[in-house]
Design a binder for this molecule. Structure first.
Ligand SMILES: Cc1cc2nc3c(=O)[nH]c(=O)nc-3n(C[C@H](O)[C@H](O)[C@H](O)COP(=O)(O)OP(=O)(O)OC[C@H]3O[C@@H](n4cnc5c(N)ncnc54)[C@H](O)[C@@H]3O)c2cc1C
Length: 464
């Protein structure tokens, strides 16, 4: 069957890939001239790449890892030492590490925590461990129930000292959802901790070896087209046109550059566009349906991704760093971490600015000035003296609505991939799957949607 998919982010592309595996014909319609959505990247006039987001792959991402394997591109993941590295704001220019030894979980995680003596006292570690006991005993069902609390509320409820939140979990919370612990649902952090502590390599991190658009999205497109599918750029969905019975008659695509609009018809239809845009495009008759009303509870969170090129090396750390700064979240020196951006002489820092709600409408120059102030604290030795490091150029990429804001209670609003409309399905990191708003969540949502379609309209091949 011909399945029209709107949106060529990881959810739409993964859905297309697994539909092709199932013997269907996906046609992916993307509004922009670039693949990847929130993993999109562009080349500037100097030939340097810049990206929508600094993206990290975890050992606890089974669906993405399987996808890389199925595409035959596993070697493109550059795995780093099994560690988590934090800046130490009190002693600028130094780092504190959690190093996971190569032994089974959860012992490797426990040793990593016990051996770190910079960030938490023994009493704090013991109290944190005791607070986690219900999550360890009751597992995911407990984790899901905790969606009624913010992380700050949960920490308090479990009698965990507030310093544990300040030292470790502000950074984790900003890294996972671009918001602070008083806003983020306890379910998000407990889910991540569960994976990191239960799976030996759960928290092991990898960087892609180049821009995701080229190194990940392109091979998926090739896979789809080799199997008879199609991916069209510059094909924005303008309106979902309905039949009299409120099923989908077609996707109306907006004509660009003076071209007329185009009615695109297929057997089945799937939305893999972000929830904020889908809400605007829902046809009137669907708005009274539960699945459409459910979407009203979800909204994307703002975030800003920064790229700064310097005239020399700032660090030789080949890993993700948790900045522990108020302004910034995680960052990495991509000249060390990523093969295609490698440079022996000069650093290119990619940094995530979060929470970004007060910065998203500010000028790029203001954002960069504030970031440079933070970098003076993180790398003081480089920005003082007679010959301070110079910023050569920068790019600022703003995403006003990125992944859904995972505040308490959001789990109840996440829709299934199957809708009550017989020929209309959903994919996207916000749809219900166990990996929250992430690349893994997006890929899994696309796969679940493809599996649902394959069950509803069987071809003769089964998706593993
Ligand atoms: C700064 C940043 C850092 C991140 N870091 C990480 C990380 O380290 N690890 C991790 O796992 N995840 C990370 N994420 C999250 C991850 O990028 C997303 O969860 C994932 O890429 C979302 O994929 P998606 O397909 O669901 O949505 P999207 O990527 O948003 O794809 C939706 C697509 O729909 C298209 N579209 C929109 N409107 C229309 C229309 N009208 N017609 C046709 N097409 C349309 C868009 O252009 C887009 O291509 C990060 C995100 C950001 C922004």
């Amino acid at each position: 069957m011909r399945v029209a998919i709107t949106g060529a982010g990881l959810a739409g592309l993964s859905c297309g890939k697994y539909l092709a595996d199932a013997g269907h014909t996906p046609i992916i319609l993307e509004c922009r001239d670039v693949l990847g959505g929130k993993v999109a990247a562009w080349k500037d006039d100097d030939g340097d790449w810049y990206e929508t987001g600094l993206h990290i792959f975890f050992g606890a991402y089974p669906n993405i890892l399987q996808l890389f394997k199925e595409l035959g591109i596993e070697e493109r993941l550059q795995w780093k030492e099994h560690s988590m590295i934090f800046n130490q704001p009190e002693t600028p220019g130094t780092y504190s590490r959690f190093d996971f030894p190569d032994i089974p979980a959860p012992i490797n995680g426990i040793i990593a925590i016990l051996c770190n003596e910079d960030m938490l006292t023994w009493e704090e570690k013991v109290k944190f461990g005791l607070g986690l006991i219900p999550a360890i005993i009751h597992g995911q069902s407990y984790v899901e129930k905790m969606d009624r609390y913010s992380w700050s509320e949960w920490i308090k409820k479990q009698n965990i000292p507030p310093r544990v939140e300040k030292e470790v979990f502000i950074a984790m919370s900003k890294a996972l959802n671009f918001i602070n612990p008083d806003e983020i649902s306890a379910t998000v952090l407990l889910t991540a901790l569960n994976r990191f502590l239960q799976e030996k390599n759960g928290s092991k991190m990898a960087f892609l070896d180049g821009p995701p658009t080229e190194r990940l999205c392109k091979p998926i497109v090739d896979y789809i087209t080799e199997r008879g599918g199609e991916v069209r750029l510059n094909a924005p969905l303008k309106e979902i046109i309905l039949n009299e019975d409120n099923t989908v008659k077609g996707f109306l695509l907006r004509g660009l550059n003076g071209e007329p609009d185009e009615m695109f018809e297929a057997h089945l239809y799937l939305s893999a566009i972000p929830v904020d845009i889908l809400k605007l495009l829902l046809p009137q008759p669907w708005k009274r349906l539960d699945f459409a009303r459910q979407l009203e509870g979800l909204e994307g969170v703002p975030v800003i991704n920064l790229h700064l090129w310097f005239d020399r090396k700032l660090t030789d750390v080949d890993h993700l760093l948790f900045s522990r700064s108020d302004l910034l979240s995680v960052y990495a020196d991509m000249s060390n971490t990523c093969k295609e951006y490698a440079n022996q002489e000069r650093s290119m820092l990619e940094l995530v600015l979060a929470p970004a709600k007060d910065w998203i409408s500010q000028s790029d120059e203001n954002i960069i000035a504030a970031t440079m102030e933070e970098l003076n604290k993180l790398f003081p030795q480089h920005f003082i003296g007679e010959n301070p490091t110079k910023l050569l150029k920068f790019h600022v990429v703003k995403t006003p609505r990125s992944v859904y804001k995972a505040t308490p209670g959001r789990q109840a609003f996440r829709p299934s991939q199957k809708t009550p409309i017989a020929n209309f399905y959903l994919a996207g990191d916000y749809t219900m799957q166990q990996y929250l708003g992430s690349m893994e969540g997006a890929v899994l949502s696309g796969k679940l949607a493809a599996q649902t379609i394959a069950r509803d309209y069987p071809a003769n091949i089964i998706i593993s």
